[in-house]
Ligand binder design. Structure first.
Ligand code: SAH
Length: 463
C-alpha cells in the first residue's frame, strides 16, 4: 500500500498519543488520528504523510471501541479544548497515569519496578465536567454576520458559537447571553482582528467555587461602553455577581487582557477558599483553574513534604503564594520565589489576609535568586518545593537546589516530560524518587498534573 495524502485506509486503534489522539498501524506504517479512540476500528484519510508515519483524519468509525462514550458537547470535534471527551473517564485516567509512568521510565531513566513502587493511583474527579473556574470567550461574527461568542476552533481564530461549554461554570451561558443581548440592543460591534475595528474583544468570567462569587471583565477596544448602566443592570441581577469591570486593550495583539482595568460594579476582587485559606483574585491574577483538584494536589505536596513545624522550606515558582501559605502552617519558615511582581504583591496580600507571618516572598527568576542568595547568604532549606511552568526547572536552579542539600524535594508538575528530565538530573546528583501522585486537573483534555517526592540519599553524589 502506498501512503500519501488522501490515501484512505482502515485501521484498528491500538494506542493513545501524547495529546490524546488515536494511534494505529497499517503494514507497519503508523497513523495518528485525532478523535479516534483506543479500541476503535476506523476509516481514516491521510492528511500529511511522512516517511514512517502520517497524520490522518477520522472519516468514520466502523466498530466502536468498548471505551467509547457519547461526548457531552456537540462541538467537541471542532473545538480545540477537549481531546478525550469520547473516551470513558476511567480510561482517561489510565491514559494519564501511563503517560507519567512512561515518561519517568523513558526520559527519567527509572526502571518500571521503581516507578510502579513509587506511583499512587491517579486521582480523578467525581464529576469530570463543569470544573473550570475561569473562561475567556472571544466575540466575533459568524458567516451570516451575526454577533457570536464561544471558542476558537482548534488552531484557528474562527469562532465556534457555543455559550455552553461543558467544562465551565453553569453561569457562563447566562452571562454570555446577557452580553450578546446588550450588544444587539445597543448596536455594539464585536472586535475584528483583521480590520482592528469593533469594540468588544473578549469576556473573562471567573467564579469562586467555594464562595459562589462571580467576576465579569469585558475586554474592549476602547475606553467606554455605550449605555454601561444597561449592561450592569442586566448582569448584576445574576446571583453571586460580585465584580464587573472593563479592561481596555487597543493593541493589535493575541494577548487577551489589557493592563488597564476600570471597575463598573461591586469589588475589584472576588474571593475564593482552598483548604481553609482565603484568596483574593483580581482579573489579572493567576489562580488555579480547577480548585477541587488543586486542593487535592496541594494536600499531597504537603504530605510529601512531611513537615514537623521546625523546617525551613523554599517554594520556587510560587505564583500568588498558594502552596507557600499551605506549607507555612506546618513549617517554621517559608520563602517563596516568583518571576511576576504582581503575583508576589498578591502573595503578600494573601499572607496578611490569612494572618500568616512566617512567609517571605522574593521577585525574580528562581534560577537567579536561588544561586545568588546561596552564594551571598548561604541560604538553607530542609525541604524545597518547586512548581515550574511547562518547560520545567532551569539547570542553574536544579544545581543550586542540590548544593543546598535539602532532605526532600517536592516537585509539582504540569508536564511529565520535563519533570522526568529534571528527575534524571536530580537522581544523578544523589536524590531518589520515592513517591509519585498523578492528578487529573483537566478532565477530558490531554493534560495531566503530578507531584513527586525525591529524597536525599547522597550515596553516589557527584560533585
Ligand atoms: N505554585 C503556584 C504557581 C504555579 S504556575 C500555584 O500553584 O498557584 C508556575 C509559576 O512560575 C507562574 O506563576 C510563573 O509566573 C512562574 N515562573 C515562570 N518562570 C519562572 C522563573 N524562571 N522563576 C520563577 N518563577 C517563574
Amino acid at each position: 500500500m502506498e501512503f500519501k495524502k488522501n490515501t484512505v485506509c482502515q485501521v484498528e486503534i491500538e494506542d493513545i498519543g501524547e495529546s490524546g489522539e488515536g494511534i494505529g498501524k497499517v503494514e507497519g506504517y503508523t497513523l495518528f488520528i485525532k478523535d479516534a479512540v483506543i479500541g476503535d476500528v476506523v476509516v481514516a484519510k491521510i492528511m500529511k504523510a511522512k516517511k514512517h508515519y502520517a497524520y490522518a483524519r477520522l472519516e468514520r468509525v466502523i466498530t466502536p471501541s468498548p471505551f467509547r462514550v457519547v461526548p457531552r458537547c456537540s462541538f467537541y470535534r471542532q473545538c480545540g479544548g477537549c481531546q478525550l471527551q469520547a473516551l470513558s473517564y476511567e480510561k482517561q485516567l489510565e491514559f494519564k497515569q501511563n503517560k507519567v509512568r512512561n515518561n519517568l521510565i523513558r526520559i527519567g531513566g527509572l526502571t518500571s519496578e521503581a516507578v510502579d513502587k513509587a506511583m499512587e493511583p491517579a486521582v480523578g474527579m467525581d464529576e469530570p465536567f463543569f470544573y473550570r473556574n475561569k473562561a475567556q470567550f472571544p466575540f466575533g461574527v459568524d458567516k451570516e454576520g451575526k454577533t457570536v461568542t464561544g471558542f476558537y476552533a482548534g488552531r484557528t481564530h474562527s469562532i465556534i458559537a457555543n455559550t455552553d461549554c461543558a467544562l465551565g461554570a453553569a453561569e457562563n451561558k447566562i452571562i454570555l447571553e446577557k452580553i450578546l443581548a446588550y450588544m444587539k440592543e445597543e448596536g455594539i460591534a464585536a472586535y475584528n482582528e483583521k480590520s482592528h475595528q469593533g469594540l468588544i474583544r473578549h469576556v473573562l468570567i471567573r467564579k469562586g467555587f467555594a464562595t459562589g462569587q462571580l467576576m465579569v471583565c469585558l475586554v474592549i477596544n476602547g475606553k467606554r461602553l455605550p449605555e454601561e448602566k444597561r449592561l450592569i443592570e442586566a448582569l448584576c441581577r445574576i446571583p453571586g455577581m460580585s465584580s464587573i469591570s472593563i479592561s481596555t486593550n487597543q493593541e493589535k495583539t493575541n494577548i487577551i487582557m489589557g493592563k488597564e482595568i476600570r471597575l463598573l460594579y461591586g469589588k475589584e476582587q472576588i474571593e475564593d477558599t482552598i483548604g481553609g485559606l482565603t484568596f483574593q483574585i483580581s482579573p489579572l491574577s493567576f489562580y488555579q483553574v480547577n480548585p477541587v483538584q488543586t486542593e487535592k494536589i496541594y494536600a499531597k505536596a504537603l504530605e510529601y513534604a512531611a513537615l514537623t513545624g521546625r523546617e525551613t522550606v523554599w517554594d520556587l515558582y510560587c505564583g500568588i503564594g498558594t502552596i507557600s501559605l499551605f506549607l507555612a502552617g506546618k513549617a517554621r519558615q517559608v520563602y517563596g520565589v516568583e518571576i511576576i511582581p504582581e503575583a508576589i504583591a498578591d502573595a503578600k496580600k494573601n499572607a496578611a489576609y490569612n494572618g500568616i507571618a512566617n512567609v517571605d516572598f522574593f521577585v525574580g527568576k528562581a534560577e537567579e535568586i536561588l544561586p545568588e542568595k546561596y552564594a551571598k547568604e548561604g541560604i538553607y532549606a530542609d525541604v524545597i518545593v518547586v512548581d515550574p511552568p511547562r518547560k520545567g526547572c532551569d539547570e542553574a536552579c536544579l544545581c543550586t537546589m542540590v548544593k543546598m542539600e535539602p532532605k526532600r524535594i517536592v516537585y509539582v508538575s504540569c508536564n511529565s516530560a520535563t519533570l522526568a528530565r529534571d528527575v534524571k538530573y536530580l537522581r544523578e546528583q544523589g536524590y531518589e524518587m520515592e513517591r509519585v501522585g498523578v492528578f487529573d486537573n483537566f478532565p477530558n483534555t490531554g493534560h495531566v498534573e503530578c507531584v513527586i517526592m525525591m529524597q536525599y540519599c547522597g550515596k553516589e553524589k557527584k560533585k
